[in-house]
Design a protein around this ligand. Structure first.
Ligand code: ZN
Length: 166
């Protein structure tokens, strides 16, 4: 999937997490931190791709990961989720819990979306098993455009519900 789809996917799952998981009312700085983390988490797994938004911003690291692990392997796996969970658990900064939740939400949304593509993902890396949904599509196709539109509509509906409830 393209970067913009992952960005919208991260925000969409973030709104769902805020509605159904966090449920506490977040103030403005907390909202910025949480959704910033969702957005970043949504783009982070493509660090394995030097041409991606994240890859272009950390070129050396991206090239290293791409060469050593390949595309859509470790950074699109359960192992990566555990690694990021463990790493962010060591944070002792303000908003650490929101950063952790946001990053994990974004990464999960990315992995789910990429599992909808022809190529699939290596969810159980290092086991070299490609995982993909029975219904899949090509990256940057009309199908992806449709998924993006659905995500935007879903996000708007959930935001509307949040405003109506509060
Ligand atoms: Zn990806």
């Amino acid at each position: 999937m393209e970067g913009k789809t992952h960005a919208i996917g991260g925000i969409c799952l973030g709104v769902a997490a805020q509605s159904y998981y966090i449920t506490d009312k977040l103030d403005a700085p907390e909202l910025i931190v949480f959704y910033g983390a969702c957005l970043f988490g949504g783009l982070l797994p493509d660090i394995c791709h030097p041409g991606s938004w994240t890859g272009r911003r950390a070129r050396a690291l991206s090239k290293g990961i791409s060469r050593f692990f390949g595309h859509r392997t470790i950074t699109h796996s359960i192992l990566f989720i555990i690694l990021i969970y463990w790493l962010t658990s060591t944070f002792t900064i303000q908003y650490d819990h929101l950063i952790q939740t946001g990053l994990l939400v974004g990464i999960v949304s990315h992995i789910v979306l990429d599992a909808m593509t022809v190529r699939g993902i290596q969810l159980f890396y290092p086991i070299p098993l490609r995982v993909r949904f029975p219904l899949y599509l090509k990256t940057a196709s009309k199908g992806e455009g449709f998924i993006t539109s659905c995500l935007i509509i879903l996000t708007i509906i959930m935001l509307y519900n949040q405003v109506m409830i509060s």
